[in-house]
Ligand binder design. Structure first.
Ligand SMILES: Cc1ncc(C[n+]2csc(CCOP(=O)(O)OP(=O)(O)O)c2C)c(N)n1
Length: 311
């Protein structure tokens, strides 16, 4: 899990570099700072489980085991990308891994999660759906409609709010009346909620494991609020000057990778050399991913209208 968290951080740092070199275009929202959530949650899932998420989706995709070469190629708009170069950063997808997409519309993935959970239940797959979203989605009507239906139909879905304290540029405390009790937002729909320290991998795993047991056991949906922080701006074009310096510094002291590293060393689970070699291997994997993306072809013009749906 340390390896995966480091790999996500290295991938995100490289995305920034590649964007500056104009190899990655369009929107880019990185997951740096939030790694413990994706990695902790995915470590508890089964192959039959579905995942849907928002546009800040690289970390979830890597944690679910999507190949970093195909992910980087997608960001480069290449035909070898996970969405054949047509999705880009915000629309990563892998149906075999039941990774059913990043979505650009805030809250748009919640009704999709409800549909996926209904499919799992109807088919008797013993599967559940994890639906990641940000604190900004709490203000969308879809949030409330989705929780209501999921509860009425007792669906196997975990609504997973990654509360990084900000939407695009405004603090959640200025935009959502229930900002200090997000985990209780399911109460009107009789959905139990819990809050977890999203910077602590072990806490994420412990809390999520209990929720997974509840939901897989047929007890209906749950809501989890993971408290976290994004280390970069909302997107690459946001210098994030609206955040107080001391707040940023505080959250930097809670870096999930550093916290995990300290714990692994103090417990004697790993040595400094072993952890260094994990970082080196991650760096090498990212270099290989960039090489693959660079050398891959762009989609043929004829592919433009293939696998594209409208309604
Ligand atoms: C329906 C809708 N409204 C507005 C936007 C513009 N928008 C994109 S991201 C964003 C902020 C969302 O913040 P949050 O859900 O907290 O997620 P975070 O980016 O912090 O992970 C907004 C308003 C959008 N994409 N979709």
């Amino acid at each position: 899990m340390y390896r995966q968290m480091v790999l996500i951080r290295e991938f995100e740092n490289e995305c920034y570099r590649q964007y500056m070199q104009k190899n990655v275009k369009g929107f880019l929202h990185v997951y740096s700072g939030e790694e413990a959530i994706a990695v902790g949650v995915m470590s508890l899932l089964e192959p039959q489980d579905y995942i849907v998420t928002h546009y800040r989706d690289h970390g979830h995709a890597i944690a679910r085991g999507l190949d970093t070469k195909a992910l980087m190629a997608e960001l480069f708009g290449k035909a070898t990308g996970v969405s054949k170069g047509k999705g880009g950063s915000m629309h990563l997808f892998d149906v075999k891994k039941r990774f059913m997409g990043g979505y650009a519309i805030v809250g748009g993935q919640l009704p999709i999660a409800v549909g996926l959970a209904m499919a799992s239940k109807e088919k008797g797959e013993n599967g559940l759906t994890i639906c990641f979203f940000g604190d900004g989605a709490m203000q969308e009507g879809e949030f409330h409609e989705s929780l209501n239906l999921a509860s009425i139909w007792k669906l196997p879905v975990i609504f997973y709010c990654e509360n990084n304290l900000y939407g695009m540029g405004a603090s959640v405390s200025e935009t959502y009346a229930g900002h200090d009790q997000i985990y209780k937002a399911g109460e009107p729909y009789k959905i139990p909620g819990v809050r977890v320290d999203g910077m602590n991998l072990f806490e994420v795993r412990r809390t999520t494991a209990e929720a997974v047991k509840h939901v897989r056991g047929g007890e209906g949906p749950m809501l989890i609020e993971a408290q976290t922080y994004r280390y970069r701006g909302h997107s690459i074009s946001d210098p994030a000057g609206y955040r107080p310096k001391d707040e940023v510094e505080f959250w930097m002291t809670r870096d999930p990778i550093i916290l995990l590293k300290k714990q692994l060393l103090s417990e004697g689970t790993a040595t400094e050399e072993e952890l260094k070699s994990i970082v080196k291997a991650a760096e090498e994997e990212i270099v290989a991913a960039v090489k693959f993306a660079t050398e891959s072809p762009f989609p043929e013009p004829a592919a433009l209208h293939q696998e594209v749906y409208s309604h």
